[in-house]
Ligand binder design. Structure first.
Ligand code: NAD
Length: 728
């Protein structure tokens, strides 16, 4: 089986086509590197070949490196093997770049161009960057860029060094540090590729046949090259690097090893000749790949996320793709669910008690589409088409041919029971009924249904159009068809599902509430709010607990606290938290929506410093705890809850626990999720910390028996639970 093939035509152009068998997208493997190398050698040595075009046999060019290969290489060969592979790759790409030219006169090389029919990501762009000219098809759906940083690594096949030398550190920064992807036209405007054309292979052929010696010398190989924007020790370069350093640290607070390593590779590489810079890039790349963070990020955010999206935990029943969805309740959530469904091409019936409310729900889609049009992300035709799929009505008879219902009316069991009965009277007997409740047990709500095996929870997060996680909750009687339907629906709307069992707050809310509560509890204890928020952010949480509760609203916290207290009675553990949030609510400090919460907000809603009276209401202690102690409290509050969810069988798969935590509530993405984080810490150390926290702060930190057992046996979560699940 070959990944690369070559055809030489009568004009002397060798066309190298990348087409990995049995894959919808090209990815680069060790074997592929060797094949490409051999073909390039052959073409350069063949006197009949005047130029080379590298293209793809698929609609897209390539998705990048096979991350599974890097993962297994790390396991078996360690740093040496990775460094060796990267240097081998550099050798091939540098050979393409030099194209057989005389290194002194820079003459006599063969022009090599890349022709990209579609998407080119990661190494799928680093390979073209080593050629002399990049032609891309005018395909607005194509994505071009270097997204490595999103999974905790950085472009290590010369992409970092070449892009910085091509665009300067400032120009390359958004592409490297944020993994920004562009369509071909924008990629050309950014200077990443050279031409956008109808037929890239034809244009590339033409170009290689006409290119002169000077056309194929890269600026950094020519005499007198100066880096755009200046090298680090020039006046302008100095400003760039100092600024970049501060910006990256401000954003990542030092918790993402890849961002730091990338900057080091760029800075150190900028001061030495090109080939030396590639070696430095390879060293830093190896360093990052050996860091446990990148392995955990790749595992959760790439491999396992994709496995879950492809249905790793889908029951084995026939296709349950949704044709028509009925949404009950056109409020904030219902309106959002209608939008994402209609965008996915699904017919929608959007029902509310009053026609105005239903219309308002539909108007939410119009608003979002208008915004997309103003950003040139959608057209008027697209808007008309999407809105045409949404029937906003009060008439339950319109649900007659719906195969899925998603209920999103008020969080009140009686109202939910009433609409369940009304809808079930109208829908086909085979339809699946889902509720979007965030707090009510699914098995209880299912009592209103005459078909409890077809009743399930599909829990969206707000705002629906932005949040990627959907939590699917099985009630006691939920059957496999309902689970399959929910998973197929989530796949259609292109979100990431986790499937959990029914328990108070399911998985995500169950784990995030203790995090928020721990932060609030510390305010009551006199811990500095600055310390609380910074401790969280320095662990990689996107929002500190106080900012988070401001965002979700303090009265929601009050409502949940009251309902939980009523349900739990004497076992209710959060009295100290309630004292704070009830007082905040009494004073009208309901969070961002009231422009007043733990933080101050200006008239435009921009967040400022902490509420000036916070220190009067809850005076700060003279002695403050250590940073690590605060971090342990905040991280263990969430992580121990995740372990309990696993121990109790709410979670059935730690992959879902990790992916769900990052996508659902932003659990420190650098760590790969709570189970990956605890594995990095080691069970023995985790037990030690949990035992200390229990003694110092109480039973909410009680060490789960599972963790203690793992510590005794020297096990990890992924060692104990990771291998058994069927692959997607
Ligand atoms: P909302 O108050 O914005 O919307 C509820 C809608 O239901 C209103 O438009 C109301 O008119 C309609 N409604 C009420 N009774 C009805 C009836 N008998 N028939 C038809 N329509 C009726 O509430 P929301 O925030 O969209 O929440 C809806 C559900 O989603 C709740 O169960 C909530 O717990 C859950 N949820 C909310 C969030 C969130 O962040 N707000 C997140 C996840 C889940």
């Amino acid at each position: 089986m070959t990944d690369f093939t070559m055809k030489k035509d009568a004009d002397g152009v060798a066309i190298i086509t990348w087409d990995v068998p049995n894959k919808s997208m090209n990815v680069l493997s060790e074997n592929g590197i060797r094949e490409l190398d051999g073909l390039v050698d052959d073409a350069l040595a063949d006197e009949a070949v005047k130029g080379i075009v590298i293209t793809s046999g698929k609609p897209d060019f390539a998705a990048g490196m096979d991350l599974n290969v890097l993962g297994s290489m790390k396991e078996t060969g360690g740093a040496e093997a990775i460094f060796g592979l990267v240097m081998q790759l550099h050798g091939v790409l540098r050979k393409i770049e030099r194209a057989g030219m005389d290194p002194k006169t820079l003459k006599g090389g063969k022009p090599i161009a890349a022709a990209l029919p579609g998407t080119a990501l990661g190494i799928g762009l680093e390979l073209p960057l080593s050629t002399h000219r990049i032609f891309a098809a005018d395909n607005p759906k194509a994505k071009i860029g270097l997204p490595e940083i999103m999974v905790g690594i950085f472009p290590g096949a010369g992409g970092t060094t070449r892009l910085v030398r091509k665009l300067g550190a400032m120009g390359a920064a958004p592409l490297l540090l944020e993994g920004k992807l562009n369509d071909p036209k924008k990629a050309k405007a950014a200077g990443v590729i050279d031409e956008v054309v109808e037929d890239p292979v034809a244009a590339a052929r033409d170009w290689v046949l006409n290119a002169k010696d000077a056309d194929i010398v890269k600026p950094w190989d020519a005499k007198g090259y100066k880096m755009p924007g200046g090298e680090p020790y020039t006046a302008s370069g100095f400003m760039t690097f100092v600024g970049a350093n501060a910006m990256v640290h401000g954003k990542t607070l030092g918790v993402y090893p890849a961002a730091k390593a990338l900057l080091s590779a760029v800075y150190e590489g900028a001061m030495v000749p090109f080939d030396q810079a590639l070696k430095i890039e390879a060293r830093w790349f190896t360093n990052v790949l050996m860091n446990p963070s990148s392995g955990a990020m790749i595992r959760s955010l790439f491999i396992n996320k994709e496995a879950l999206e492809k249905g790793a935990n889908r029951p084995d029943v026939p296709d349950e793709k949704v044709q028509k969805v009925g949404i009950l309740g056109a409020g904030m959530m219902g309106a959002g669910i209608a939008y994402v469904s209609a965008m996915a091409g699904i017919q929608v019936v959007l029902i509310d008690a009053r026609q105005e409310a239903a219309d308002k729900g539909k108007a939410h889609s119009a608003d979002l589409l208008d915004k997309a049009i103003s950003r040139k992300k959608a057209t008027e035709e697209k808007k008309a088409e999407v809105l045409g799929r949404i029937n906003a009505t009060t008439d339950y008879a319109a649900l007659a041919d719906c195969d899925l219902i998603v209920e999103a009316v008020f969080e009140d069991p009686a109202v939910k029971a009433e609409v369940t009965k009304k809808a079930e009277a109208a829908i086909p007997a085979t339809a699946i009924f889902a509720t979007n409740t965030s707090t009510l047990p699914i098995s209880e709500l299912a009592k209103a249904s005459s078909r409890p095996e077809q009743f399930i929870g599909i829990h969206f997060f707000s705002p629906v159009d932005k949040m990627m996680l959907v939590e699917i909750i099985k009630g006691k009687q939920t059957g496999p068809r309902a689970v399959a339907k929910a998973l197929d629906f989530v796949r259609q709307i292109r979100k990431t599902p986790i499937v959990v069992n029914d328990a108070r707050f399911f998985y995500a809310n169950r784990s995030i509430i203790p995090y928020i509560n721990e932060g609030i509890r510390m305010v009551a204890e006199g811990v500095s709010p600055t310390l609380i928020e910074n401790a969280a952010r320095m662990m990689g949480m996107p929002l500190g607990p106080l900012q988070l509760v401001d965002e979700t609203s303090i009265d929601l916290g009050v409502k949940i606290a009251k309902a939980t207290r009523a349900a739990m009675g004497d076992a209710y553990p959060d009295g100290a938290v309630d004292e704070v949030i009830f007082r905040m609510a009494d004073k009208g400090r309901l969070g961002r929506k009231a422009n007043a919460g733990f933080y101050e907000y200006d008239a435009a809603g921009k967040r400022g410093g902490f509420w000036s009276d916070l220190g009067t209401e809850w005076p700060q202690s003279d002695t403050q705890p250590e940073l690590t102690e605060v971090q342990h409290r905040l991280m263990f509050a969430q992580s121990l809850e995740a372990v309990r969810a696993l121990e109790e069988g709410v979670l059935e798969d730690i992959r879902e626990g990790d992916v769900g935590a990052i996508l659902g509530w932003g659990f420190a993405p650098w760590s790969g999720g709570p189970f990956s984080w605890l594995d990095m810490l080691g069970a023995a150390r985790a037990v030690e910390i949990a035992d200390h926290l229990t003694e110092a702060y109480g039973d909410r930190f009680k060490t789960p028996a599972l963790l203690r057992d793992m510590a005794a046996k020297g096990e990890t979560f992924y060692g104990r639970f990771g291998g058994k699940k069927k692959a997607a």
